[in-house]
Design a protein around this ligand. Structure first.
Ligand code: DC
Length: 230
């Protein structure tokens, strides 16, 4: 069967990763979480002390970029991909609130976006891939056969992230998370390079009121319709 590229973009914490992972498993495609790559670079910058208040030592980070390797490996037990930064499993650490609250400024840096976009395009060269992020349908794979733009209210998204962190036994405050969600929406949509925006040919999915099962069916229907017509 012909393989396609599925681009899933949208606001932070609206369940893009869960739905993208699920869809990839269901149809036997590779799943790539592009946000995890921006998070891994952010973790690197935090560890190197490149943040000083609102300032980032961009010169040092740009020098480091060629030596930063971000890969994904399947966890044998969960069968889910996990993020590796220079061969170290950082899957848990990149989801912390500290990384979440520093990632948006890192994602505005053109040299970071260029390097990660190139890497993402290589990962999708063979098609048969589901990639989620902010600019997948607009900048990484403008030719993707199926583009989904996901959204949900900020309050619903903050509650989901809060529940996710709690379930993992991590400390969290709903108010802090809501503020972080709103700040990231603003920065993601207003940055100069490849801001979050809906591609003209993307299908919108507002999942505020949908269950995971309903959403899954909706996606599968879109996938089969696209395969039939391509
Ligand atoms: O999807 P996420 O919340 O894990 O993404 C983390 C951050 O990375 C988010 O604030 C925006 C940025 N990002 C981006 O700019 N472009 C992408 N393709 C994916 C994520």
């Amino acid at each position: 069967m012909k393989k396609i590229i599925i681009a899933i973009d949208g606001h932070s914490s609206c369940g893009k990763s869960t739905m993208a992972k699920d869809l990839a498993r269901e149809v036997g495609y590779i799943y790539v979480d592009s946000g995890a790559m921006y998070r891994a670079v952010t973790l690197w910058a935090l560890r190197q002390n490149y943040f000083n208040g609102n300032e980032i030592n961009t010169e040092a980070l740009e020098k480091d970029m060629p030596g930063i390797s971000i890969t994904f490996r399947l966890n044998d037990e969960t069968r889910l991909p996990e993020t590796y930064l220079n061969d170290e499993n950082v899957e848990k650490e990149i989801r912390s609130l500290e990384v979440s609250s520093h990632v948006s400024p890192i994602a505005t840096l053109p040299f970071v976006r260029e390097a990660l976009t190139r890497w993402q395009q290589q990962l999708g060269a063979e098609k048969g891939i589901v990639m989620d992020g902010r600019d997948i349908g607009t900048a990484v794979f403008p030719e993707a056969e199926l583009k989904i733009f996901v959204t949900a209210s900020a309050e619903v998204r903050a509650q989901r992230r809060y529940d996710e962190l709690k379930a993992k036994g991590m400390e969290a405050s709903y108010e802090d998370i809501l503020q972080n969600v709103k700040e990231r929406d603003y920065i993601d949509s207003h940055r100069a390079m490849n801001p979050l925006r809906q591609a003209d040919d993307a299908i919108v999915l507002d999942n505020s009121e949908l269950t995971i099962a309903e959403q899954k069916q909706w996606l599968l229907d879109k996938f089969h319709a696209t395969i039939q017509h391509s």
